[in-house]
Design a protein around this ligand. Sequence first.
Ligand SMILES: Nc1ncnc2c1ncn2[C@@H]1O[C@H](COP(=O)(O)OP(=O)(O)OP(=O)(O)O)[C@@H](O)[C@H]1O
Ligand SMILES: [Mg+2]
Length: 232
Amino acid sequence: MAKEYVDMNTPVIEMRNIVKKFGDFVANDGINLTVHKGEIHAILGENGAGKSTLMNQLYGLLKPTSGDILVNGKKIDMNNPRDAIAAGIGMVHQHFMLVQPFTVTENIVLGTEPTKGVQLDMATARKNVVEISERYGLSIDPDAKIEDISVGMQQRVEILKALYRGADILILDEPTSSLTPQEITELIAIMHNLVKDGKSIIIITHKLKEIKESADFCTIIRMGKYITIWPA
Ligand SMILES: Nc1ncnc2c1ncn2[C@@H]1O[C@H](COP(=O)(O)OP(=O)(O)OP(=O)(O)O)[C@@H](O)[C@H]1O
Ligand SMILES: [Mg+2]
């Protein structure tokens, strides 16, 4: 039997000729995206260009009308976010999905299924939250209630939640739109900590300045069509 091995040149993500139609409307018209390990890859495009639609397919929220998605060189049939998470993909949406009266740790554990017959161990979960927070400089208080922390902190909780679930590839949809300039600087530092550790990041944005400061590559989408890729 052929031995399986990971080729460092194999992209972590390849989206090939992705077409997504909503009825007659073509939201993605043959889009290609290649992301390598340790890369920050921006997706740039105007409002309605089809950026979120493309990423929602990578996260299993939408099915492509046609085209292929490969993760670490293997074609994956994504039917829901669970498939994406199993493939090591995490997504932080523009609008967070946290439960306000719950603590950070409670939110992070929420939805992870405890092993059959084993009680959900909150103390261990909390320890893991602290460990991930420290490793990437997230500065998250595991016991704070979501309703008591800033929007920037809530976003970090979403990032930590994806990492807790084992994400190696993080999709950030317009992560800077609700942040202060100081928080944007901090987010970019966190992104660099993540890629230094071998994670890959896809960041949706329409701000050129941020791309220049943070991204290694940039794919441009205009009116659903793939335009070009830039070394940023
Ligand atoms: N579920 C849907 N049904 C019908 N049309 C949709 C659906 N989702 C998105 N669209 C349309 O597809 C196009 C691309 O939308 P998308 O949300 O991907 O854009 P975007 O690049 O993320 O824009 P924005 O910067 O506004 O977030 C838009 O014209 C949008 O109205
Ligand atoms: Mg969008």
